[in-house]
Design a binder for this molecule. Structure first.
Ligand code: UGA
Length: 434
């Protein structure tokens, strides 16, 4: 099939590349000429495991190409995916100016029937707005479909190629049939394509992300309570998670959820609830608890150093909001860096992928090490903020030698409390014995 993807951010690029992988001819449109030139030369502009192999293969096969011209994209595709940013407005709602701006251009430029697909995470009612915006500019027939994306950063290629479900919000039989044909190769295993109305599809995405953020936040609160009463959240987690109604996943407590999706989507659902006269009290609490959780280790660090961090060097392992990505949006590490700098501490850090992004933000305010051990040399304490695999089994002897004091503040519960005791570390983690 002939597909056009407008917007080559993380979702657009993964969508375009994976659709090309199943034999479709895909044209990706982006207004950023520099980025388009780089992609034409085979350069993948984001870090996402396995994407590079598919990217290169499909460009070589002539199934994946790039342009800055929307007209070229519209002349090519029968299905036009909108994978455009919907950033958070100052008031927490989703800013639709990119989506509606492109909808307007599509209306002006389209010459034949198109299915326009909202892939971006957009508030309930957006498909209707896109429909109206295009319709105001054209007499050509078209349909608008909502097809929310459930990809996780770091696993996006796998998630796209083997989705647990595909949600399609469509009220047109013609558009539904095209979407089913497009996605059939991805659900051969029997996973469902769930067809529903546009509004329900739009809400499904917000509900799923907000539910997961709530699940994590609930566990964070249980962890905080464990610390007060002397229970172990790891044991509670295992005891709960084996109940299949609860499930084992997304029960890991830590220093809060971050990233470009959960924080933004929880706030946006809360905001759109308010606009429709509904107050999501639970989401209010989730936002509040998560804000505190991100800096949860700070009072513990402060109290260990008797309230004075001046002249202390804190090593931080992990900057990305989670492993397998260079994304630092809403990363708990940044909130910790800000708090530690404000308290007068020096910071030495290492992350396998995200250091360039953090460098751009903090310049020489903090020190960047070339490897995880170098970050700990002569540091007064180690703080772990992202659970990258390489941090899971460190050389503890080397760590003890490097650190001035054998102390670790672990925001991701990477090690067993008993093992750390044996290794001779003061080990402060989340929801477990200190
Ligand atoms: C999330 C959803 O999982 C995807 O399904 C969705 O498509 C995506 O948002 C999106 O809306 O685009 P992502 O933000 O890549 O994906 O990351 P997750 O793996 O879901 O992690 C989100 C945050 O929750 C991270 O900060 C992670 O550290 C935290 N988390 C996750 C926990 O603190 N505990 C857990 O048990 C799981």
């Amino acid at each position: 099939m002939k597909i056009t993807v407008v917007g080559t951010g993380y979702v657009g690029l993964v969508t375009g590349t994976c659709l090309a992988e199943t034999g479709n001819e895909v044209v990706c449109v982006d207004i950023d000429k520099n980025k388009v030139d780089r992609m034409k030369n085979g350069e993948v502009p984001i870090y996402e495991p396995h994407l590079d192999i598919l990217f290169e293969r499909n460009i070589k096969a002539g199934r994946l190409s790039f342009t800055t011209q929307l007209q070229e994209g519209l002349d090519h595709g029968d299905i036009i995916f909108l994978a455009l940013p919907t950033p958070e407005d100052e008031d927490g709602s989703a800013d639709l100016s990119y989506v509606l701006g492109v909808a307007n251009d599509i209306g002006e430029k389209m010459k034949s029937y198109k299915v326009v697909v909202d892939k971006s995470t957009v508030p309930v009612g957006t498909a209707e707005k896109v429909q109206a915006t295009i319709a105001a500019k054209t007499t050509v027939d078209f349909d608008v479909v909502s097809n929310p994306e459930f990809l996780r950063e770091g696993f996006a290629v796998d998630d796209f190629l083997k989705p647990e479900r595909i949600v399609v919000g469509s009220s047109s039989e013609r558009a539904t049939a095209l979407m089913e044909k497009l996605y059939k190769p991805f659900v051969r295993s029997g996973n469902p394509i769930i067809i529903m109305d546009e509004k329900s599809a739009e809400l499904t995405k917000y509900a799923a992300n907000s539910f997961l953020a709530t699940k994590i936040t609930f566990m964070n609160e249980i962890a905080n309570y464990c610390e007060l009463v002397g229970a172990d959240v790891d044991k509670v987690r295992r005891g709960m998670g084996t109940d299949s109604r609860i499930g084992k996943r997304f029960l890991f407590p830590g220093i809060g959820y971050g990233g470009s999706c959960f924080p933004k989507d929880v706030k946006a659902l809360h905001k759109s609830g308010k606009e429709s006269g509904y107050n999501f009290q639970i989401l209010d609490a989730v936002i509040d608890v998560n804000n505190h959780q991100k800096v949860k280790l700070i009072p513990k660090i402060m109290s260990h150093f008797n309230g004075d961090l001046s002249g202390k060097t804190i090593a931080i392992w992990g900057l990305a909001f989670k492993p397998e990505t260079d994304d630092i949006r809403e990363a708990p590490s940044l909130y910790m860096i800000d708090a530690l700098l404000a308290k007068g501490a020096k910071i030495k850090t290492f992350d396998p992928e995200a250091m360039d992004n953090v460098k751009a933000k903090y310049k020489d305010q903090i020190e960047f090490a070339t490897n995880m051990y170098e970050a700990t040399e002569n540091a007064d304490a180690l703080v772990i903020s992202t659970e990258w695999s390489i941090f899971r089994t460190p050389n503890f002897t080397k760590l003890r030698d490097n650190l001035k004091e054998s102390i670790i503040f672990d925001g991701r519960n990477l090690y067993d409390v008993e093992d750390m005791e044996k290794e001779g570390f003061t080990y402060i983690s989340i929801g477990r014995k200190e």
